[in-house]
Design a protein around this ligand. Structure first.
Ligand SMILES: Nc1ncnc2c1ncn2[C@@H]1O[C@H](COP(=O)(O)OP(=O)(O)OP(=O)(O)O)[C@@H](O)[C@H]1O
Length: 260
């Protein structure tokens, strides 16, 4: 069986800077795969290429056995790849529930023909969308704020809501971009539990960039280490923490988890 994401010999050059240098990596179906490395290692550049923000200078990227090199984000979304952003991007004037419901709006409800002649179908679709949105809010433990304007939620709740918006599209794989940044410990625990539940119960695959080593250790296996534009090592976090090359190159000799 092919990997869900496969990056083959990918490089990315920005002018004189070779941000990613001939990297290959795989995200296997059903895993929560982590991507770590020191500042400037090339993680964000790698993520941006996988997410379709920009194309590689050379090499290829495969999603579910299909060559998607250079495919823009909205098309990747149609193929089941979704991304959350470091800064949550909610519609602040809509409620939490509405923020989820708008993700599928337009699939049937906005067609003039449907609205005029297939009113029953439109109503059924909207009810189904609402049911799904409410179920996701429950998984995210956000039911108590479902009628609250999203702009009034805390930073951590906004990140949960963003994950909820991604879930509405029934993705195969979710790219999580530094979800821990600015989130308090309690909400971070909620978020980690949600990711574990979605992975275990719904078989969702995650590819995670994260500076929070505790979160990576809890969630991710395998973990891929990048340094200076290259993939340096891949394995379980327990092995990575002990690898002398990683400790030296990535953490300057300090035990992994103290830095980053
Ligand atoms: N748009 C760009 N233009 C020029 N150089 C860039 C651009 N984006 C990234 N770089 C350079 O590419 C290298 C890799 O950066 P990248 O942001 O991918 O690293 P990172 O591992 O995500 O770092 P951090 O953990 O600090 O976010 C760095 O030297 C960076 O300065």
């Amino acid at each position: 069986m092919s990997s869900l994401i496969e990056v083959r010999n990918v490089s990315k050059r920005f002018g004189g800077v070779l941000a990613v240098d001939n990297c290959s990596l795989k995200v296997e179906r059903g895993t929560i795969t982590g991507l770590i490395g020191p500042n400037g290692a090339g993680k964000t550049t790698m993520f941006n290429m996988v997410a379709g923000a920009f194309a590689p200078t050379s090499g290829s990227i495969w999603l579910d056995g299909k060559d998607v090199t250079g495919m823009p984000a909205h098309e990747l979304f149609e193929h089941g790849l979704s991304r959350t952003f470091q800064i949550a991007q909610e519609f602040s004037h809509l409620t939490s529930l509405e923020n989820l419901m708008v993700v599928t709006a337009g699939k049937s409800g906005e067609s003039f023909f449907d609205a005029c002649f297939r009113r029953g179908k439109v109503v059924r679709d909207e009810l189904e969308t609402r049911r799904k949105a409410e179920e996701i809010l429950q998984i995210l433990r956000l039911t108590h704020v479902k009628n609250e304007s999203a702009g009034n939620l805390s930073g951590g709740q906004k990140k949960l809501l963003e994950l909820g918006r991604v879930m509405m599209a029934d993705p195969q794989v979710v790219l999580l971009d530094e979800v821990a940044a600015g989130v308090n410990r309690t909400l971070l625990n909620d978020l980690a539990s949600v990711v574990e539940t979605l992975n275990r119960d719904k078989g969702l695959t995650f590819f995670v960039i994260e500076h929070d080593m505790d979160l990576i250790a809890r969630l991710c296996d395998p973990v891929i280490v990048m340094a200076a534009g290259s993939v340096m090592m891949q394995g379980p976090m327990a092995e990575i923490r002990k690898n002398p090359e990683v400790i030296e190159a990535y953490f300057g000799g300090a035990p992994v988890g103290d830095a980053a």
